[in-house]
Design a protein around this ligand. Structure first.
Ligand code: NAI
Length: 316
């Protein structure tokens, strides 16, 4: 049987990752970009990454790197790129006008069954899709970088998105090994970034008020909170840290409220505190492309190891 086909619009960091995730799931992938050079280097880079993953035993899926690479083709013609696709994942730069233009173009050339999905990190579906003829087929599927190792995908519907579009997207994400979650309605920052910004803003305030150094603040997360969060979310943590949620609330409700009432206002993320944090981070990791790239590579290695551990522990 011919494998199902998807189209990826934009072959940058996220487009490449999606292409690899879909190819690992056995899908035929057409990768589209406005720049031929960008596509050529995307394909080269994907091939290199797949080979390295295969050599280190981390390649996803059941096909070899060569077989997965053969599933991906590149294309600079939008109509040809989406022809025959059942799912289109847009991965162009985070710019509302640009994305609206692209979805407007897609709206004119697609049929009534294909799903039009955006990787946007923070543009709301109502901003992206309102007025499109195929709005029922539109959805946001927000990945987490790097999607190859961090499987979460936030599925965010437009108020007019058809329930079947949500269900089909959810099933597809499961099928390719990602971990989808459904938002029942759109909200600024979706869920992941709302949680992330809550953490960032309290981190900023604690460092700004001189309670802790920037490097120790990071350790609180990487050697403390973060360790359990890789396996167990905050709500389950509450449940387990007492005799269930109600018992936790009974014991800690007042204490939590007392602490939460001491939280400050939304930080400016500028000025002296910015300089202080920047200095500490730059001493640890100088802002030099080679050093940053090496550290990103290390981050991906950590995530790869964690992904492997999670897989092993799930099959216990
Ligand atoms: P990028 O800048 O690496 O890639 C964008 C690609 O789009 C480039 O290859 C560019 O040539 C192409 N492009 C520009 N105009 C185009 C057009 N009219 N038609 C087709 N392709 C076009 O950006 P990145 O980081 O891959 O981000 C893509 C999307 O994914 C953004 O919406 C971003 O918010 C979202 N996202 C990014 C994450 C990240 O950590 N980088 C994480 C989650 C989502």
């Amino acid at each position: 049987m011919e494998p199902s086909q998807v189209a990826i619009i934009g072959s940058g960091l996220i487009g490449r990752s999606w292409a690899m995730v879909f190819a690992a799931g056995g899908f035929k992938v057409k990768l589209y970009d406005i720049a031929q050079q960008q596509l050529t280097s995307a394909l080269e880079n994907i091939g290199k990454q797949m080979k390295e993953l295969e050599e280190s035993g981390f390649l996803k899926g059941t096909l070899s790197a060569e077989q997965q690479l053969a599933l991906i083709s590149i294309c600079t013609d939008l109509k040809a790129a989406v022809e025959g696709a059942t799912f289109i994942q847009e991965c162009t730069p985070e710019n509302l006008e640009l994305k609206k233009k692209i979805f407007g173009q897609l709206d004119l050339i697609v049929g009534n069954t294909v799903i039009l999905s955006s990787s946007t990190s923070c543009l709301l579906p109502s901003k992206l899709f309102t007025g499109l003829k195929h709005v029922k087929q539109c959805i946001v599927s927000h990945p987490v970088n790097p999607p190859y190792f961090v499987p979460l995908v936030e599925i965010v519907p437009h108020p007019e998105t058809d329930p079947s579009t949500i269900e089909r997207t959810y099933s597809l994400m499961k099928k390719i090994g990602q971990s989808p979650v459904k938002l029942n309605r759109e909200i600024e920052g979706f869920v992941l970034n709302r949680l992330q910004y809550a953490v960032i803003s309290e981190a900023w305030r604690l460092v700004g008020e001189g309670v802790i150094s920037p490097t120790d603040l990071d350790l609180v997360m990487s050697d403390g909170l973060g360790m359990r969060y890789a396996f167990i979310g905050p709500l389950e943590t509450m449940h387990l840290n007492a005799e269930g949620i109600s018992n936790y609330c009974e014991r800690y409700r007042e204490g939590m409220r007392l602490v939460l009432n001491t939280f400050g206002s939304v930080p400016e993320f500028s000025g002296e505190i910015e300089q202080k944090i920047n200095q500490a981070m730059s001493e640890k990791i100088p802002v030099v492309p080679k050093v940053l790239d090496a550290r990103r590579k290390r981050r991906d290695e950590y995530l790869t190891g964690l992904a492997k551990l999670k897989k092993q522990m799930k099959s216990d």
